[in-house]
Design a protein around this ligand. Sequence first.
Ligand code: MN
Length: 379
Amino acid sequence: MKGEETIVIDDTTLRDGEQTAGVVFTLEEKKRIAIMLDEMGVGEIECGIPAMGAQEIESVRALMALDLKARLITWNRALVQDIQASLDAGVRAVDISLSVSDIHIEHKLRKSRDWVKEQLKRALGFAKSHDLYVCVGGEDSSRADLDFLVELMTIARQMGADRFRFCDTLGVLDPFTTYAKVAYLRERTPLDLEVHTHNDLGMATANAVAGVRAGARFVNTTVNGLGERAGNAALEEVVMALKHACGRDPGIDTRRFVELSRFVAGASCRPVPEWKAIVGESVFSHESGLHADGVLKNPTNYEGFDPAEVGLSRRLVLGKHSGSHGLSHRLRQIGVELGRLEALDLLERVRSFSQRNKRPLTDHELLVMCRGYLAQGQF
Ligand code: MN
């Protein structure tokens, strides 16, 4: 594994995220997302596809006008006209994407590897003649011949490209294979690598992390894992996984993850499930007796990180699996003091209420239950 270099997050919520079937952001939403990402310390924002036309060019221009610290980069096919559109939009960094797997070369492009190399040279030559920062994007890298990728990366590097994007376009890799492939490329060329992963098999985050561990210095993410089909690697998951599972802090202000997630969920009309890793509403809810007891004694017993770190808060839920410690704690919070035997009686009542109603109790329901007891002397 290569050394502990700084990891650069390239968030593509505004490009691959918006490419999700049915998702459209207004310009105001794009601006707000870009500003939040920038304030949180994201180093690079992939912000659109100028080749789409005048409206997209205007939108990229407006984002450039925000004068953010983050580098704005656009997505382009390996065509001079696409890169010209990016120049027209005023950006100084481009991703130049080309299909690199034989499957795509033969069945999508109906061309040859040599043709792909020529496309790369022409597009990259044009971009470099305009002094652009260039990421060469290898579409379908995961199914490509690795030695062909080395060949492309070597050409790219000789012509002044700044990095190569290894794309698991279809989300078909596992973390072990991702690691092996990225490490293979890393060993054979000094060109910086980026990983772009998709979640079709539920492994986008794991694959992104594996790519970083294999030496990729750049990693593509989207907020909430928005993106084509099953989505991309989620920004909040990749950052927290790097930080907590790998001890590699990408330097992002994680405390705004929930705020950012809620905003993108609204703007994309893609609600976040309450159990979604890192930002789901209920990922710090504890109900079961053992867990609630453990958390009350010391949160680190059952929380891998402090909920405040991502802008969430802990919740103790009273329901079918609750225990007496959790119940007494909640009762004290709502100002009710019960003896131990009374609390145990009440616990039975709480559990059966939850069983019957298939949900936890609200504070109000708990209070009503307690009042009934105090009035009648029994439950
Ligand atoms: Mn993609």
